[in-house]
Design a binder for this molecule. Sequence first.
Ligand code: ZN
Length: 80
Amino acid sequence: MSISLNTVGALIDNAHNLRAYCCSCHHCVKLDLEALALQLGRGHGTMHDDLVPKLKCSLCGSRDVGLILSTKETEGVGQV
Ligand SMILES: [Zn+2]
């Protein structure tokens, strides 16, 4: 069985988290998927090209942002 996790709704339904990572200042924030679903719609894509143009680092204003997908089970693993 394969689940395609490429929409906001799919990530919510499958208990995934999405983080945005700023390549300039290394600021990392967890995106509010429920808010994104309200704002963009649950069917909105979560691929880099879909979301990154809409994101901007809240600290330094850089648009050089990466996305990190994680499940709630792996939450906290590998964090510094
Ligand atoms: Zn930044």
